[in-house]
Design a protein. Sequence first.
Length: 199
Amino acid sequence: SPVVGVLALQGDVREHLVALATADAVARPVRRPEELAEVDGIVLPGGESTTISKLAVLFGLMEPLRARVREGMPVYGTCAGMILLADKILDPRSGQETVGGIDMIVRRNAFGRQNESFEAAVDVRGVEGDPVEGVFIRAPWVESVGARAEVLAEYDGHIVAVRQENALATSFHPELTGDHRMHALFVDMVRAKLMAGSL
Ligand code: GLN
Protein backbone atom coordinates (compact mmCIF):
# COMPACT_ATOMS: atom_id res chain seq x y z
CA SER A 1 0.00 0.00 0.00
CA PRO A 2 1.17 3.55 -0.65
CA VAL A 3 2.55 5.45 2.34
CA VAL A 4 0.69 8.73 2.74
CA GLY A 5 1.71 11.38 5.24
CA VAL A 6 -0.35 14.04 6.94
CA LEU A 7 1.46 17.29 7.72
CA ALA A 8 1.11 17.24 11.52
CA LEU A 9 1.99 20.74 12.69
CA GLN A 10 -1.52 22.00 13.47
CA GLY A 11 -5.06 21.18 12.38
CA ASP A 12 -7.23 18.11 12.02
CA VAL A 13 -4.46 15.57 11.53
CA ARG A 14 -6.04 12.58 13.26
CA GLU A 15 -9.20 12.68 11.11
CA HIS A 16 -7.09 12.57 7.94
CA LEU A 17 -5.02 9.65 9.25
CA VAL A 18 -8.25 7.70 9.84
CA ALA A 19 -9.70 8.62 6.43
CA LEU A 20 -6.47 7.61 4.64
CA ALA A 21 -6.30 4.28 6.46
CA THR A 22 -9.92 3.63 5.43
CA ALA A 23 -8.87 4.36 1.84
CA ASP A 24 -6.18 1.63 2.10
CA ALA A 25 -3.11 3.78 2.56
CA VAL A 26 -0.48 3.42 5.23
CA ALA A 27 -1.01 6.76 6.97
CA ARG A 28 1.67 8.57 8.98
CA PRO A 29 2.02 11.96 10.63
CA VAL A 30 4.84 14.10 9.20
CA ARG A 31 6.60 16.63 11.45
CA ARG A 32 10.21 16.40 10.33
CA PRO A 33 12.02 16.50 6.97
CA GLU A 34 13.20 12.88 7.47
CA GLU A 35 9.57 11.80 7.80
CA LEU A 36 8.61 13.75 4.68
CA ALA A 37 11.33 11.93 2.74
CA GLU A 38 9.65 8.58 3.50
CA VAL A 39 6.14 9.23 2.22
CA ASP A 40 4.76 8.71 -1.30
CA GLY A 41 2.21 11.50 -0.94
CA ILE A 42 1.02 13.97 1.66
CA VAL A 43 -2.15 15.61 2.95
CA LEU A 44 -2.12 19.22 4.15
CA PRO A 45 -4.96 19.34 6.70
CA GLY A 46 -7.51 21.95 7.67
CA GLY A 47 -6.67 24.25 10.53
CA GLU A 48 -5.20 27.71 10.42
CA SER A 49 -3.16 28.33 7.30
CA THR A 50 -1.01 31.14 8.73
CA THR A 51 -0.04 29.00 11.74
CA ILE A 52 0.70 25.94 9.60
CA SER A 53 2.79 28.05 7.23
CA LYS A 54 4.85 29.59 10.03
CA LEU A 55 5.38 26.22 11.74
CA ALA A 56 6.42 24.65 8.42
CA VAL A 57 9.12 27.30 8.04
CA LEU A 58 10.19 26.85 11.69
CA PHE A 59 10.38 23.05 11.41
CA GLY A 60 12.44 23.24 8.20
CA LEU A 61 9.64 21.66 6.19
CA MET A 62 8.67 24.48 3.84
CA GLU A 63 11.51 24.13 1.34
CA PRO A 64 11.50 20.31 1.28
CA LEU A 65 7.72 20.39 0.79
CA ARG A 66 8.01 22.80 -2.12
CA ALA A 67 10.75 20.71 -3.66
CA ARG A 68 8.80 17.44 -3.44
CA VAL A 69 5.59 18.99 -4.77
CA ARG A 70 7.59 20.45 -7.67
CA GLU A 71 9.08 17.00 -8.33
CA GLY A 72 5.55 15.59 -8.62
CA MET A 73 4.79 14.10 -5.20
CA PRO A 74 0.98 13.85 -4.91
CA VAL A 75 -0.45 16.34 -2.41
CA TYR A 76 -4.00 16.95 -1.18
CA GLY A 77 -4.95 20.10 0.72
CA THR A 78 -8.27 20.59 2.55
CA CYS A 79 -9.39 24.09 3.56
CA ALA A 80 -6.28 25.62 5.18
CA GLY A 81 -4.40 23.00 3.13
CA MET A 82 -6.02 24.36 -0.04
CA ILE A 83 -4.73 27.82 0.90
CA LEU A 84 -1.23 26.33 1.30
CA LEU A 85 -1.37 24.89 -2.22
CA ALA A 86 -2.32 28.18 -3.86
CA ASP A 87 0.36 29.93 -5.86
CA LYS A 88 -1.28 33.15 -4.67
CA ILE A 89 -3.44 34.22 -1.71
CA LEU A 90 -5.66 37.20 -2.35
CA ASP A 91 -5.45 38.49 1.23
CA PRO A 92 -2.39 36.94 2.92
CA ARG A 93 -1.62 37.68 6.55
CA SER A 94 1.88 38.99 7.13
CA GLY A 95 4.47 36.22 7.15
CA GLN A 96 2.05 33.85 5.43
CA GLU A 97 3.87 31.83 2.79
CA THR A 98 2.48 29.04 0.69
CA VAL A 99 3.86 25.76 -0.57
CA GLY A 100 2.20 26.48 -3.90
CA GLY A 101 1.67 23.92 -6.64
CA ILE A 102 -1.68 25.00 -8.04
CA ASP A 103 -1.96 27.98 -10.34
CA MET A 104 -4.90 29.54 -8.51
CA ILE A 105 -5.77 32.55 -6.40
CA VAL A 106 -7.63 31.77 -3.16
CA ARG A 107 -9.63 34.04 -0.91
CA ARG A 108 -9.40 33.11 2.77
CA ASN A 109 -12.55 32.92 4.95
CA ALA A 110 -14.46 33.63 1.76
CA PHE A 111 -17.89 32.33 2.66
CA GLY A 112 -18.36 35.10 5.17
CA ARG A 113 -19.09 35.66 8.81
CA GLN A 114 -22.83 34.88 8.91
CA ASN A 115 -22.13 31.60 7.30
CA GLU A 116 -18.90 30.55 8.95
CA SER A 117 -19.69 26.89 8.86
CA PHE A 118 -22.23 24.91 6.90
CA GLU A 119 -22.73 21.68 5.03
CA ALA A 120 -23.71 21.30 1.41
CA ALA A 121 -23.90 18.56 -1.18
CA VAL A 122 -21.12 19.05 -3.72
CA ASP A 123 -20.81 17.30 -7.08
CA VAL A 124 -17.15 16.50 -7.60
CA ARG A 125 -15.80 15.48 -11.00
CA GLY A 126 -14.11 12.11 -10.73
CA VAL A 127 -16.13 10.99 -7.70
CA GLU A 128 -18.77 8.46 -8.72
CA GLY A 129 -22.24 8.24 -7.22
CA ASP A 130 -23.93 10.65 -4.83
CA PRO A 131 -22.61 14.16 -4.28
CA VAL A 132 -19.95 14.56 -1.63
CA GLU A 133 -21.09 15.93 1.74
CA GLY A 134 -19.12 19.17 1.91
CA VAL A 135 -18.31 20.45 5.39
CA PHE A 136 -17.23 24.09 5.09
CA ILE A 137 -15.60 25.77 8.12
CA ARG A 138 -14.36 29.34 7.59
CA ALA A 139 -13.62 28.00 4.17
CA PRO A 140 -11.67 29.62 1.37
CA TRP A 141 -12.90 29.65 -2.20
CA VAL A 142 -10.90 29.84 -5.38
CA GLU A 143 -11.19 33.20 -7.14
CA SER A 144 -9.58 32.07 -10.36
CA VAL A 145 -7.48 29.29 -11.83
CA GLY A 146 -4.80 29.23 -14.49
CA ALA A 147 -4.88 27.12 -17.63
CA ARG A 148 -3.23 24.04 -16.11
CA ALA A 149 -5.66 23.77 -13.19
CA GLU A 150 -8.86 21.76 -13.61
CA VAL A 151 -11.96 22.82 -11.70
CA LEU A 152 -13.52 19.72 -10.10
CA ALA A 153 -16.40 21.35 -8.22
CA GLU A 154 -18.26 24.58 -7.67
CA TYR A 155 -20.69 25.52 -4.95
CA ASP A 156 -22.95 28.58 -5.10
CA GLY A 157 -21.02 29.88 -8.10
CA HIS A 158 -17.61 29.54 -6.46
CA ILE A 159 -14.82 27.08 -7.19
CA VAL A 160 -14.37 24.70 -4.23
CA ALA A 161 -12.31 21.82 -5.67
CA VAL A 162 -9.35 21.94 -8.04
CA ARG A 163 -6.75 19.59 -9.41
CA GLN A 164 -3.52 20.43 -11.17
CA GLU A 165 -1.51 17.35 -12.10
CA ASN A 166 -0.22 15.91 -8.79
CA ALA A 167 -2.01 18.45 -6.58
CA LEU A 168 -5.62 18.25 -5.35
CA ALA A 169 -7.39 20.81 -3.18
CA THR A 170 -10.86 21.20 -1.65
CA SER A 171 -12.39 24.09 0.30
CA PHE A 172 -14.30 21.56 2.37
CA HIS A 173 -13.32 18.80 4.83
CA PRO A 174 -14.15 15.24 3.70
CA GLU A 175 -12.09 13.94 6.63
CA LEU A 176 -14.86 15.13 8.98
CA THR A 177 -17.48 12.91 7.36
CA GLY A 178 -17.74 9.15 7.08
CA ASP A 179 -17.46 9.45 3.30
CA HIS A 180 -13.87 8.90 2.29
CA ARG A 181 -14.22 8.96 -1.50
CA MET A 182 -12.08 12.11 -1.81
CA HIS A 183 -9.32 10.34 0.12
CA ALA A 184 -9.76 7.28 -2.09
CA LEU A 185 -9.39 9.53 -5.15
CA PHE A 186 -6.19 10.95 -3.69
CA VAL A 187 -4.78 7.54 -2.73
CA ASP A 188 -5.43 6.50 -6.36
CA MET A 189 -3.34 9.49 -7.48
CA VAL A 190 -0.53 8.32 -5.18
CA ARG A 191 -0.80 4.75 -6.51
CA ALA A 192 -0.74 5.95 -10.13
CA LYS A 193 2.37 8.00 -9.42
CA LEU A 194 4.12 5.00 -7.83
CA MET A 195 3.24 2.80 -10.82
CA ALA A 196 4.51 5.41 -13.27
CA GLY A 197 7.75 5.61 -11.29
CA SER A 198 8.33 1.87 -11.37
CA LEU A 199 7.88 1.44 -15.14
N1 GLN B 1 -9.86 30.05 7.68
C1 GLN B 1 -8.79 29.14 7.88
C2 GLN B 1 -7.49 29.69 7.31
O1 GLN B 1 -7.47 30.73 6.75
C3 GLN B 1 -9.06 27.78 7.27
C4 GLN B 1 -10.12 27.10 8.07
C5 GLN B 1 -10.12 25.61 7.98
O2 GLN B 1 -9.12 24.98 7.62
N2 GLN B 1 -11.20 25.03 8.39
O3 GLN B 1 -6.47 29.07 7.43
